[in-house]
Ligand binder design. Structure first.
Ligand SMILES: [Fe+2]
Length: 462
């Protein structure tokens, strides 16, 4: 019997048309000083899967909404990775995904680099990212793929989908993890001018899924969490990726330009942290926040669709005391959230506000509201998207010459499952509960996906 995979159905189903639109219909009014492009990456499989499909497997597709002079246009493009082009040339899928045994004897690699997870803007270049391989350079605003980006051949590892750009120095920190053989973790710093300055191997006991990390003003924080890879498990009919609850969570803190010898490890209870909100320094402590899962839920098996374990992922704070070596873990709010973000002009510094998507009470991962946290008051505000309406990754865009941390807009894609219409909503970040100031209607369905980035118009060639 064939099991219907919900991540290939409804608004998770791929679209196959790459379109470019004229000016789009807008409900409300786009702020005249909001000028740039919103780019959202996601999995959009162009073939029937080989074996079981996992949501993380599909080919990368970028959806771009460009806003300028109160008007908006849209285009979507596949990220034309080498794997994508090889499969197009052969007219068939070649790679299976996370749920199948890795193709260790495939000379082109055990997995396809789909570049489907996120994008980052650094040193005048947009990069499409997938944590198992090299980034792909993408031209803005066209969203056309330029090719693999290897820092003049210096790239020595995979490249996380969540690099961190320091808003003050302009440096970009990234890491790459290796599931099956050491070095299991490599850490790199890129200068503001785009030069890959250094890559350091960081010792880990075993390959783990390390999806995100964090930076503070002076430190880099790694999360060695007990979600392990083991290809031999697959041969025994067990999952490739497994949450090992008897292992602790380990958090490694090193000075930004330090190396393996400088890492200080802190232990905490077993968990998985799919995404961090931020980190900062406060007296002798490093403070990290992120959404905490009690296991790796969604990652392990499509068989968990009917379970709720993957839903509960509240915002949690860890405090690592550099003098005592102790770690303290506190749940900040009981509501399940995902895709936490701050005003990235304050990344690595203490922020007053945080913005997240609320996880709907549903076996499939959907986001039914946006939450704005005010940490100084210990309060939050929630904007529900409405019945049958689900959102995604939220981007904060500062207003030009912003006067306060939350002086700007929040942008996210929302899909209405009733009407079938996808839209980009724009909220005043200082007044989220009043609802969107503008809804940009997209004339093609935008499948649910992963992460979004905003690039100011002034930064890319027009
Ligand atoms: Fe992510």
């Amino acid at each position: 019997m064939t099991t219907i995979n919900p991540y290939l159905e409804g608004n998770f189903a791929p679209v196959h048309q790459e379109i470019t639109t004229d000016t789009l219909q807008v409900i409300g009014e786009l702020p005249p000083d909001l000028s740039g492009i919103f780019v959202r990456n996601g999995a959009n499989p162009q073939w029937e899967p080989i074996g079981q499909y996992h949501w993380f497997d599909g080919d990368g597709m970028l959806h771009g909404v460009r806003i300028h002079d109160g008007k908006a246009t849209y285009r979507n493009r596949y990220v034309k990775t080498q794997g994508c082009l090889i499969e197009q040339a052969e007219g068939k899928p070649i790679w299976s995904g996370l749920m199948e045994p890795p193709q260790m004897d495939n000379p082109r690699g055990p997995y396809k680099n789909t570049a489907n997870t996120n994008t980052v803007w650094h040193n005048g270049q947009l990069l499409a990212l997938w944590e198992g391989g090299a980034p792909y350079a993408v031209k803005l605003p066209e969203l056309e793929t330029i090719g693999e980006y290897t820092y003049n051949g210096k790239l020595a590892s995979a490249f996380t989908a969540h690099p961190k750009v320091d808003p003050v120095t302009g440096e970009m920190m990234f890491f790459g993890y290796s599931p099956f053989k050491p070095p299991y973790l490599q850490y790199s710093v890129v200068s503001v001018a785009g030069e890959l300055l250094r890559t350091e191997s960081i010792d880990l006991p075993i390959g783990v899924m390390m999806h995100d990390f964090a930076i503070s003003e002076n430190y880099t924080i790694f999360m060695d969490l007990p979600v392990t890879f083991d290809s031999q498990r697959v041969e025994r009919g067990e999952p490739l990726i497994l949450f090992e609850s008897e292992r602790p969570s380990r958090f490694g803190i090193l000075p930004r330009h330090g190396n393996n010898c400088d890492v200080r490890w802190f232990e905490s209870s077993a968990c998985f942290v799919p995404h961090t909100l931020n980190a900062y320094e406060e007296e002798s402590e490093i403070v990290l926040s992120g959404c905490r899962m009690k296991d790796s839920g969604l990652l392990e098996s499509v068989q968990s669709f009917d379970q709720q374990e993957g839903v509960y992922r509240p915002l949690c704070e860890w405090r690592f005391h550099l003098k005592t070596g102790l770690a303290q873990e506190t749940i900040l709010d009981d509501v399940p959230i995902e895709f936490p973000r701050v005003n990235e002009q304050l990344l690595g510094r203490k922020t007053r506000y945080g913005y997240t998507a609320r996880v709907a009470n549903n076996p499939i991962l959907l986001f039914d509201a946006l939450i704005k946290y005010d940490f100084s008051r210990g309060q939050s505000e929630t904007l529900e998207f409405g019945v049958g309406r689900y959102g995604g990754d939220i981007v904060f865009v500062p207003r030009p010459h912003a006067k306060t941390e939350d002086d700007g807009w929040l942008l996210t894609l929302v899909h209405d499952e009733g009407s079938g219409i996808s839209e980009l909503i724009v909220l005043n970040a200082q007044d989220v509960t009043s609802g969107p100031v503008a809804q940009v209607l997209i004339p093609q369905r935008v499948p649910y996906g992963f992460h979004a980035t905003w690039v100011d118009e002034a930064y890319f060639q027009t």
